[in-house]
Ligand binder design. Structure first.
Ligand code: BDP
Length: 687
């Protein structure tokens, strides 16, 4: 058990639960249906412990995969219209008189998803009946993979894509990657880093991307590329990339035609422009809409899409970093072409362990917005720390923007229902690489799984998703699943607590973002420094985003902003995100802010220690390799949670001059020791 099989392990179920399947009948032989048949055979044979045969016609007690237009299925008058293009229905029926489990859908893709759903239901010991359709149209992984094989913010080894050997050799692993994605409904993948090299648009690299598309197609996965805005200059020989220059537009039209000649079902382009040094339309005094619309016009004849990122903050803009994306994009509402979707990170800064939802959600009613979550744990302990992100996805998606009254949740912005958009999407920055276990740790696999489940249904429930994953990954024993879900449930909150409690943010060390660095103040741009975010001095701590400060709260709906104007009505978890308060500020708990802060740091450490104990108790029930690796990682995490806590407390004491609250353990070392820690060649860090 090295984790390679992910949640598609298909180990024999206990006799009482093992499926007894007559045979599998798949009506149709498209490549996608062949993929469904192969998966069902593999899964059912594994779960039942005996080889299950494929049969041309339905047998009693068998499984039948058949489209909704199949006459035998039509005769059943099932509610298939509501399934749309990608949904499925799984149900026990009598098909032409024969009792079978039917998987039906309006498309081959729906049948593939239904087949995976049936397997999931069996793996989790659930009743097989299920009807489901995705609420979001684009469910995409974003790979931050470079053409040299490195992965920006990747902690699971080199890129999966062997660009050197492509297009000739398609590693069998690409198929397993596609299977895993299809099993959770992911229907597209952006192959390369948003900090893109123009080379990915040259003929040799398009041929390589086409070879990947050929593998992914039968799993319903479309290929997309990140593009560099200045590509017309870098690989096209033009003097400018000005989006309003006709020669530039013509170059992109020709390039797009070339892309579609290589990949007829290509999905579209993802663009990071005028952000962190990337080129973009602002270089030519044009707006983000000018840039996006020029690309949109080039790709529209092919029915392709432009995903334009809103992750922008400028080095010459002295305003609060948290306000800058809204300031740039809100005025462009209604100005984007119909095939543009604006991709917005979950929070306004940058994938921190906790951020309030991004103020753009709900604020651009005329523009489709897609969610961007980070699955790879850049700021949450990289590969080693166990941080289950389900609660983070859930917290953001359930946040009520109040933009159209109560119930205007971020989930309803993302699924398009709030403002009536059909173009909807969710992107997750991938956490996979060439490590045998794909994600660097067993529990990181859960975050990939969760992303797919939440993209399918933004109203999903974190504990339920954790339970599914745990049953599929470790076996369906309910007692075991409960314990694993228990370990996962509080893990992200623990990371928040030991790194950045009570709304603190961006407190990590420079560059690689691993380990504590609250003292860092010497970086070129003010908003790259942790001290910019904490604003701590002898009197108090926190970033004033009310009217007396940056007034970032005014970017939210008035009803949402109102309670945030006052520390007393601001949720404790976001206090220092919105307010600068005295160390002596009295919290609802009765403790002073300083006491509360130290309490939270400690709570983070205590939770990790408990997770570690709970995991140790599961040893008899978990296979040796996966048990041992997780146990080791939890030991690392406990050590590093203490390090984060102690370094942070030592630093705050140097700033506030206060004694340690009664009962708190003093830091293990002095501040100088923490400041002196180095991180030789930490992974995932560009440059
Ligand atoms: C930040 C990462 C950086 C990415 C950037 C982005 O540190 O490596 O390039 O986000 O999303 O979180 O573009």
């Amino acid at each position: 058990e090295d984790g390679y099989d992910l949640w598609l392990r298909y180990r024999p179920l206990p006799a009482a639960q093992a499926p007894r399947v007559g045979a599998i009948t798949v009506k149709g032989d498209s490549p996608m249906l062949q993929a469904a048949a192969t998966e069902l055979q593999r899964g059912l044979s594994g779960l039942s412990g005996t080889r299950v045969a494929l049969a041309p016609t339905a047998v009693a007690g068998g499984i039948v995969v058949a489209g909704a237009r199949d006459p035998a299925v039509t005769a059943l008058k099932l509610p298939t219209a509501a399934l749309g293009e990608e949904g499925y229905l799984v149900r026990a029926v009598r098909l032409s008189g024969i009792p079978v489990t039917l998987v039906t859908a309006n498309s081959d893709r729906g049948l593939l998803y239904g087949s995976f759903a049936l397997l999931r239901r069996l793996q989790t010991g659930s009743d097989v009946a299920e009807t489901s359709a995705p609420k979001v149209r684009l469910r995409l992984l974003n790979h931050w993979d470079n053409l040299d094989g490195s992965v920006e913010r990747g902690y699971a080894g080199q890129s999966l894509w062997d660009w050197w050997m492509l297009p000739d050799f398609a590693d069998p692993r690409y198929t397993d990657y596609a299977r895993a994605n299809a099993s959770i409904g992911i229907n597209g993948t952006v192959l390369n880093n948003v900090n893109a090299s123009a080379d990915s648009l040259t003929a040799p690299y398009l041929a390589k991307a086409a070879a990947l598309a050929d593998v992914f197609r039968r799993y319903g996965i479309k290929v997309y590329l990140s593009v560099r805005f200045s590509a017309p200059v870098e690989i096209g020989g033009l003097k400018t990339a000005d989006p309003l220059d006709p020669a530039v537009a013509a170059w992109w039209r020709a390039k797009t035609d070339e892309v579609y000649a290589a990949i007829p079902d290509f999905g579209g382009f993802l663009v990071k422009a005028n952000s962190e040094g990337q080129p973009g339309p602002r270089d030519y005094q044009r707006s983000h809409a000018d840039g996006a619309n020029m690309l949109a016009a080039a790709i529209a004849p092919h029915k392709g899409l432009i995903m334009w990122r809103a992750f922008v903050y400028a080095d010459d803009n002295p305003d609060d970093r948290a306000k800058q994306a809204y300031a740039d994009f809100k005025p462009l509402d209604g100005k984007f072409a119909a095939n543009v979707i604006v991709q917005v990170k979950n929070g306004a800064i940058d994938f921190q362990p906790r951020e309030p939802f991004h103020p753009l959600f709900g604020a651009m009613p005329q523009t489709p917005l897609m969610m961007e979550f980070q699955i790879t744990k850049e700021y949450l302990g990289m590969a080693t720390h166990l941080a289950w992100l389900g609660p983070m996805f859930e917290e953001t998606l359930r946040s009520d923007t109040l933009q159209k009254g109560k119930g205007s949740t971020v989930a309803r912005v993302v699924d398009g229902s709030l403002h009536g958009h059909a173009l909807t999407g969710m992107a997750g920055v991938a956490n996979v690489g060439r490590d045998r276990d794909w994600a660097g740790s067993t529990f990181n696999q859960a975050n990939w799984f969760a992303f797919g489940r939440f993209a399918w249904n933004p109203a999903a429930d974190s504990d339920t998703v954790a339970g599914e994953w745990a049953a599929m990954t470790f076996g369906p024993d309910p007692a075991l699943v409960d314990k694993i879900v228990g370990i996962m449930a509080g893990s992200r909150e623990a990371v928040v607590d030991y790194t950045s409690p009570l709304g603190l943010t961006h407190q990590m060390a420079t560059g690689h973002h691993y380990g504590p660095g609250p003292w860092v103040s010497d970086l070129k741009r003010p908003e790259w420094n942790p001290v910019y975010y904490a604003r701590a001095d002898r009197q108090g701590i926190g970033f004033d985003r009310t009217a007396s400060g940056s007034n970032a709260i005014a970017q939210y709906a008035p009803a949402f902003a109102r309670p945030l104007a006052d520390p007393a009505t601001t949720p404790a978890r976001d206090l220092l995100w919105f307010h600068h308060v005295p160390w002596t500020h009295r919290m609802a708990s009765g403790r002073t802010l300083w006491e509360e802060l130290v309490t939270r740091y400690n709570a983070g450490v205590t939770t990790v220690a408990a997770m570690r104990r709970d995991w140790a108790a599961l040893q008899p029930q978990i296979d040796a390799d996966r048990f041992a690796k997780t146990a080791t990682f939890l030991a690392v995490q406990e050590r590093e949670a203490r390090w984060w806590r102690d370094a942070s407390i030592a630093y705050w004491m140097s700033v506030n001059g206060l004694p340690l609250p009664a009962g708190a353990a003093p830091p293990a070392h002095d501040l100088a020791w923490y400041k002196a820690q180095s991180y030789p060649r930490a992974p995932g860090h560009p440059g």
